[in-house]
Design a binder for this molecule. Structure first.
Ligand SMILES: C[S@@+](CC[C@H](N)C(=O)[O-])C[C@H]1O[C@@H](n2cnc3c(N)ncnc32)[C@H](O)[C@@H]1O
Length: 188
């Protein structure tokens, strides 16, 4: 039986899009970009993915390392990394970047996405969830970066869009804003 590590360590539930992606992607080498203290990495680890988890917050990485050590999750490698570098050094079958692009340097987001794409194996997947700002729904949260209408889909031209939507969502504090959600598969 799968142990509920999220409850044991007071972690939020796994992001729903990661749960859904985990149902269709076969376990493989995966990268969790902006992993925080690991709610998504731990879920994927329990499904058998071999996880590299990166975040620029050393405290979050330390907590995830402690959980992985305590629970014997040897398939999680957590490391401090600034995503703005856009200089990944391995290839992955699955790269997840949920609610993280908004915190990056806007001038680097294009390079970050291009690097994700380049570091995805043929037939591999990218999952991105990111806030948007549109004329109808200007983003009410002062994120450093937000996507424009259609922008994320355009960045994945040539990939199979397994899932793509731009929908109104509600944040923990009740603020309403648009989110783009993309699960895309790189051509084999
Ligand atoms: C809202 S949290 C999302 C965490 C996780 N992806 C999830 O779905 O729960 C955003 C994360 O991005 C990380 N982050 C922000 N800027 C970053 C950067 N330049 N490089 C790496 N991680 C960054 C933060 O430390 C934080 O853990």
């Amino acid at each position: 039986m799968t142990v509920d590590l999220h409850s044991r360590y007071g972690l939020s539930a796994t992001h729903s899009e990661v749960v859904e992606a985990g149902k269709i992607i076969e376990p493989c080498d995966a990268l969790d970009m902006g992993c925080s203290n690991g709610r998504n990495s731990i879920h994927l680890s329990q499904l058998g993915f071999n996880i590299t988890a990166v975040d620029n917050n050393p405290n979050a990485i330390h907590m995830l390392q402690q959980i992985a050590n305590a629970e014997g999750l040897t398939n999680i490698q957590a490391q401090v990394y600034d995503l703005n570098e856009a200089d990944l050094d391995s290839d992955y079958g699955f790269i997840a970047c949920t609610v993280t692009l908004m915190f990056l340097d806007p001038a680097r987001v294009g390079a970050v996405i291009a690097d994700m794409q380049a570091r995805t194996l043929p037939g591999g997947y990218n999952l991105i969830v990111c806030a948007m700002s549109t004329d109808e729904y200007p983003c009410p949260v002062p994120f450093r970066f937000t996507l424009g209408e259609g922008e994320l889909g355009e960045a994945y031209e040539g990939w199979e869009l397994v899932k793509y939507n731009e929908e109104l969502g509600t944040m923990h504090n009740g603020a309403q804003l648009m989110f783009a959600t993309l699960l895309a598969r790189k051509p084999s």
